[in-house]
Design a binder for this molecule. Structure first.
Ligand code: SAM
Length: 211
């Protein structure tokens, strides 16, 4: 197995099966996330490519990194149907297979919750961003409601949720993680993803730039 692969076959098959249905709720956020991104874009952890149809004409090229082989395979036809040129490659956030200063925008969508070392990953994002580039994110985060946060923490600590979901954690303080990794959040909104009792809600959608 090469270092760019993370195989989670059960999670990958279930996720690919559900992703079309999730589009009814998530499609509008995917559109807001990537619809008007300029230039050359890197999407990390692209899954089965559900963002690809939402990129608009301002995007010149997308390089999508995905470590899970089955999801990578499912992403390929969606890449072929997309408006900008999209290539899907093997790799992980912690060791991005790209030169320094390569991308105008890096996109993470429901991914940072699954990454083992957030600092390593965000250092890599800074490395591959061109000067003036930005990080665009849509991530589910820890709830401000203490009762819900307790359930989220319990699910993570028990190992049940991470095992079922390919390593996802639902109690992540992702925004402070982004800030502590040397980014300044320039734009953000937080909202409940329906149904709002889901342990993978609330979510944040926004932009951060290297500080
Ligand atoms: C919940 S899925 C989201 C997929 C896709 N971004 C979407 O919006 O549908 C999480 C994704 O993160 C990927 N992932 C997990 N660990 C990763 C890592 N270390 N580097 C890059 N991607 C990773 C998984 O393989 C999976 O595709």
């Amino acid at each position: 197995m090469s270092t760019g692969t993370r195989s989670h076959p059960l999670f990958a098959h279930v996720y690919a099966h559900l992703s079309g249905r999730m589009e009814r709720e998530l499609g509008r956020y995917r559109e807001e996330l990537v619809g008007d991104l300029p230039g050359r874009v890197l999407e990390i952890g692209a899954g089965d490519g559900m963002n690809f149809a939402h990129y608009g004409p301002a995007t010149e090229e997308v390089v999508a990194v995905e470590p899970e082989p089955y999801l990578r395979k499912k992403a390929a036809p969606r890449a072929a149907d997309a408006v900008p040129e999209i290539s899907v490659v093997e790799g992980t956030a912690e060791a991005l297979p790209f030169e320094d200063d390569s991308f105008d925008v890096v996109v993470v969508c429901l991914v940072l919750c699954s990454i083992g070392d957030l600092t390593d990953a965000l250092d890599e994002v800074k490395r591959v961003l061109k000067p003036g580039g930005s990080l665009r994110f849509f991530e589910h985060v820890r709830s401000d409601d203490p009762n819900k946060a307790r359930i989220q923490t319990g699910l993570d600590r028990s190992g049940i949720w991470p095992r079922l979901s390919g390593g996802c954690h639902c109690s992540c303080r992702t925004v402070s993680g982004i800030e502590q990794s040397g980014f300044e959040v320039s734009e953000i909104r937080e909202f409940e993803t329906r149904p709002n009792w889901l342990h993978t809600s609330p979510s944040v959608l926004g932009t951060a730039v290297p500080a």
